[in-house]
Design a protein around this ligand. Structure first.
Ligand code: HEM
Length: 106
């Protein structure tokens, strides 16, 4: 999980569509920890997510559809790189897609 999240963040930081968003994060270690918790809790691990809900986390950022899709592409790319099984990959994509209304233009 730690490697997956590291790879997702690394991909965001070189993705011209979203890099400026992630360059602005002040405490990246903390954000990475929350994202690790979020994905661990969502994939059957200990349910210890201590961060905000997706709406509260992204409120006021005015994230566009294009940025959302670019972030999804980075996540799928990192899952491919780390050999995540096809079924698990589909679950992640479906769950993140279901959350788009809490992330895009909120
Ligand atoms: C694709 C689904 C996404 C998921 C699952 C997700 C997940 C998260 C999580 C768990 C956090 C930490 C919440 C907290 O601080 O309590 C977070 C923060 C953040 N997200 Fe997302 N996110 C997604 C999409 C995006 C997109 C598309 C962008 C912008 C292009 C974005 C930008 C950010 C930023 C900048 C923060 C950090 C805010 C800060 O400085 O604390 N996220 N996200």
């Amino acid at each position: 999980m730690a490697r997956l999240v590291d790879d997702v963040v690394a991909a965001h930081l070189v993705n011209p569509l979203v890099k400026t968003r992630f360059e602005q994060i002040k405490d990246m270690a903390h954000t990475k920890q929350l994202v690790r918790e979020f994905f661990t809790a969502g994939s059957g691990g200990p349910p210890t997510y201590t961060g905000k809900g997706m709406l509260a986390a992204h409120k006021g950022m005015n994230i566009s559809e294009q940025e959302y899709l670019a972030a999804m592409d980075d996540i799928v790319g990192a899952m491919n790189k780390n050999g995540i099984a096809e079924d698990a990959k589909k679950d992640v994509i479906a769950i993140l897609y279901s959350l788009k209304g809490e992330i895009i233009r909120v």
